[in-house]
Design a protein around this ligand. Structure first.
Ligand code: CCH
Length: 286
């Protein structure tokens, strides 16, 4: 009879803040998981969901959460991310109105802020897509390669050299797992706190090839407990990248400002936001 249908639940800032709070409260629920926090692997999930974007075809990116499905879930680069997806299942069950694709990115934002990183403004608007939207293998970077490969991969997403370096600062967080990527070890001494330490260590420590049976990676000469990937080392070996490495090593505020800006850009690649949808900054639990 022309009467408007009862409107569907329209979540607001407070509703997303509640999801944020739920994720934040669970980050350290398992003391024996890695370095005590699920934060780093959640950041990696959000990045791998976003980093499939191709600006020429508009395919890939965080809209869709297609990593739920094979073949994308089986791509070598995504090894181990089931841990992060499974971690978020109870959150999705508690807040069924949020899409997986908005949830994964919200989890990345939450993890960065809770690990004492900069504020990461967020806006919802991603919808889940089916298996037909899975991206082809090979869109994410290969850690064994160097600057030419990094430029090919990140220019395809629409990033420049400064942004490539700022993004790499995320490797202050977390670690490599021999049963996921084949590589082993953390980049910094505080893998659950975001700082510019990745850049400081990259420039200040002496690095040598690690002698082992695994893939080629570097270890720090002094303690032999930290690692760098060949793709990380390319950032100091390339003159243009290295200018930004030095700037970020010297200035944590500059790194935080540029990291926040570039993460917002990464997390929004290819997302058809509704006109007028504003960005929000969530309150941290601290
Ligand atoms: Fe990364 N990353 N990453 N990375 N990454 C790995 C782990 C993390 C590359 C390779 C690897 C970014 C860019 C690159 C994180 C965030 C970002 C691992 C180990 C490899 C290999 C995986 C394992 O074994 O568990 C390469 C190559 C690039 C090229 O640029 C960017 C960009 C970001 C985010 C902005 C985080 C966080 C981790 C730690 C995950 C964990 O489980 O601790």
């Amino acid at each position: 009879n022309g009467a408007a249908a009862p409107s569907a639940f329209a979540p607001k800032f407070e509703d997303y803040q509640a999801v944020y709070n739920e994720i934040a409260s669970r980050l350290e629920e398992k003391e024996d998981y890695d370095d005590g926090s699920y934060g780093p692997v959640l950041v990696r999930l959000a990045w791998h969901a976003s980093g499939t974007y191709d600006k020429e075809t508009g395919t890939g990116g965080s809209n869709g959460a297609t990593m739920r499905f094979a073949p994308e879930s089986e791509h070598g680069a995504n090894a181990g991310l089931k841990v992060a997806r499974d971690f978020l299942e109870p959150v999705k069950a508690k807040f069924p109105w949020i899409t997986y694709s908005d949830l994964w990115i919200l989890a990345g934002v939450c993890a960065i802020q809770e690990m004492l990183g900069p504020a990461i403004p967020y806006r919802p608007g991603r919808s889940d897509r089916d298996v037909s939207a899975c991206t082809p293998d090979g869109r994410l970077p290969d850690a064994a390669q160097a600057q030419d490969h990094l430029r090919n991969i990140f220019y395809r997403m629409g990033f420049n050299d400064q942004e490539i370096v700022a993004l790499a600062g995320a490797h202050a967080l977390g670690r490599c797992h021999s049963n996921r990527s084949g590589y082993e070890g953390p980049w910094t001494f505080s893998p659950t706190v975001l700082t510019n330490d990745f850049f400081k260590l990259l420039t200040e420590e002496k690095w040598q090839w690690k002698k082992w049976n695994g893939p080629k990676q570097y270890e720090d000469k002094k303690t032999k407990t930290l690692m760098m990937l060949p793709a990380d080392m390319a950032l100091v070996q390339d003159k243009k990248f290295n200018e930004w490495v030095k700037k970020y090593a010297a200035d944590n505020d500059l790194f935080f400002k540029d990291f926040s800006a570039v993460i917002v850009k990464l997390f929004e690649l290819g997302v058809p936001f509704k006109e007028g949808q504003e960005r929000w900054v969530f309150k941290t639990s601290a």
